[in-house]
Design a protein around this ligand. Structure first.
Ligand SMILES: [Zn+2]
Length: 493
């Protein structure tokens, strides 16, 4: 775990001075001590795979600024499933995968200062994860990477740590009842000069619990209450990365062999972070217990693997579109995708959408600017997909006669939509005469028709045979060595 520590309010001097260098967990003493993990065999039989709804609340300021990078969020969701699926927890996105923005400067700046507001936003039937610029109160600002509050039963994670491998998994461990492996040493990590070697006291510095012994004599009532996690006197806090070379002995004089790669420890950058079997059982017991009734709704989510990458159809790369107030983006549909995350950015402003179809029109871009546009498909249970991107330049026109045209060119298709068997009328205005290749592409990016056309300066009008087109969205693309323009059209029946 990247180093986590309890909030400064409870911490005296020494630990406070190093807080800024670490990625801190903000679970409170009160919340953590109320976690009572049970690693005895399962309370109830469980399914091979339990489907767990998760609701991400993407918190921004009142103007919609500062949202988490959605691409990182989709990565993060995938990472949760990588970490939890091996022992039967499959998360899925609530609401079919919609990722709406929650505009609230209060929650953006200091979620903990506004418990009432956070409570009204909470979903009744999902794990609630609020993603915010700051994760704590105004005094702790950006110091805390994340926390779980058992009292209010939600996770808050800092925007900057989303996509960061282990932070959300650690907090999800707390959600499902796990304590830190070093419970009792949160505020006062092991220090040989202070605590001795062997450790002198039988009582851990915090919470009044016993120091966990290597011989497991007290593992059921000390530290994290889980017997297969070896003693950890918060060795991770002062360690560099995922290593700890010191030989520390417990109060019996037995050498502690700690587990560095435990998600609930404070070690940094371990490549193989894991939960022990005991921790897995404790989480399963929590899930099956009455406290988690609200997660067990019997819904079987879409989990199909999306293998195909989308292809960006229009605008084509580096194309100049005619308008800026009505820019329509089209890409290929891919099997099993139910949502497409779309983003358009000029490097400064970011415009985002979740589209249910393979196109989206942005109406708030600026004139004559180069934009990068990105698309990533996903469904409610599967987000391990590739983001693809391309560029275009907006035009200066605010009219929307054609959605997509090339520089000094103008394409119209009529009628649009086209009904079964109708001829497709094409009007092209060009400033340059010559031979063009005219192609019609389907939403998979496949060329379904191809013609050679000679166009003259000015307006050209011609017909294309309309038979044998299946219902759907198509792109007409006109190309020669100087020009490459596209126009979308629909075949309705
Ligand atoms: Zn923690």
């Amino acid at each position: 775990m990247n180093k986590f520590i309890h909030i400064c309010a409870f911490v005296i001097s020494i630990t406070c001075t190093v807080i800024g260098q670490n990625h801190l967990c903000g679970i409170t003493h009160e919340d953590e001590s109320s976690l009572m993990p049970d690693d005895t065999p399962l309370l109830r039989p469980r399914n091979a795979l339990e489907y767990i709804p998760i609701k991400f609340h993407i918190v921004t300021d009142n103007n919609g600024g500062g949202a988490v990078d959605f691409n990182n969020l989709l990565n993060q969701f995938d990472q949760l499933n990588i970490d939890f699926k091996p022992f039967g927890f499959q998360f899925y996105l609530a609401d079919g995968g919609d990722l709406p923005i929650l505009k609230s400067t209060n929650l953006f700046e200091a979620p903990r200062d506004f418990p009432g507001e956070i409570q009204t936003q909470r979903y009744a039937n999902a794990v609630n994860v609020f993603i915010s610029k700051n994760t704590y109160d105004s005094s702790n600002g950006g110091v805390i990477a994340g926390y779980y509050t058992r009292m209010a039963d939600h996770i808050v994670a800092q925007t900057g740590y989303i996509g960061y491998k282990d932070v959300l998994t650690h907090e999800m461990g707390h959600f499902f009842n796990l304590r830190h492996t070093f419970y009792g040493w949160e505020d006062d990590p092991y220090d040989e000069l202070k605590h001795g070697n062997p450790v002198k006291s039988l009582t851990a510095p915090s919470y009044g619990v016993e120091v966990e012994l290597v011989n497991k004599a007290n593992c059921q009532k000390s530290a994290d209450l889980i017997c297969d996690t070896p003693p950890d006197y918060n060795f991770g806090f002062n360690a560099t990365g995922c290593s700890f070379g010191k030989q520390v002995r417990d109060p019996n004089g037995d050498t502690v062999i700690t587990m560095k790669n435990n998600f609930m420890s404070y070690f940094n950058n371990c490549i193989d972070f894991t939960f022990t079997k005991g921790q897995q059982t404790a989480m399963q017991n929590d899930y099956l217990g009455p406290r988690r009734n609200y997660l067990r709704n019997g819904y079987v989510p879409i989990l199909d693997t999306i293998k195909e990458e989308v292809k960006l159809l229009a605008p084509i790369n580096a194309q100049r579109v005619e308008t800026y107030n009505n820019v329509s983006l089209t890409w290929t549909e891919v099997p099993y995708a139910t949502r497409y995350f779309v983003e358009v950015t000029d490097g400064k402003d970011v415009f985002r959408a979740i589209s249910l179809t393979n196109s989206y029109t942005f109406s708030d871009l600026k004139a004559n600017k180069v934009y990068i546009w990105k698309v990533r498909p996903y469904n409610e249970g599967f987000t391990n997909t590739k983001l693809v991107f391309s560029t275009f330049r907006t035009g200066i026109s605010t009219t929307a006669t054609t959605e997509l045209t090339g520089s000094n060119n103008f394409v119209q298709i009529f009628p649009n939509p086209i009904f079964g068997g109708q001829e497709i009328g094409v009007k092209v205005k060009t400033g340059k005469s010559g031979d063009y290749k005219l192609m019609i592409l389907n939403t998979l990016g496949q060329v379904v028709r191809s013609y050679n056309k000679t166009l003259s300066v000015g307006e050209n009008q011609f017909q294309i045979e309309g038979n044998n087109f299946e219902k759907g969205i198509y792109v007409l693309r006109l190309q020669n060595n100087a020009i490459d323009i596209s126009q979308k059209f629909i075949v309705a029946e």
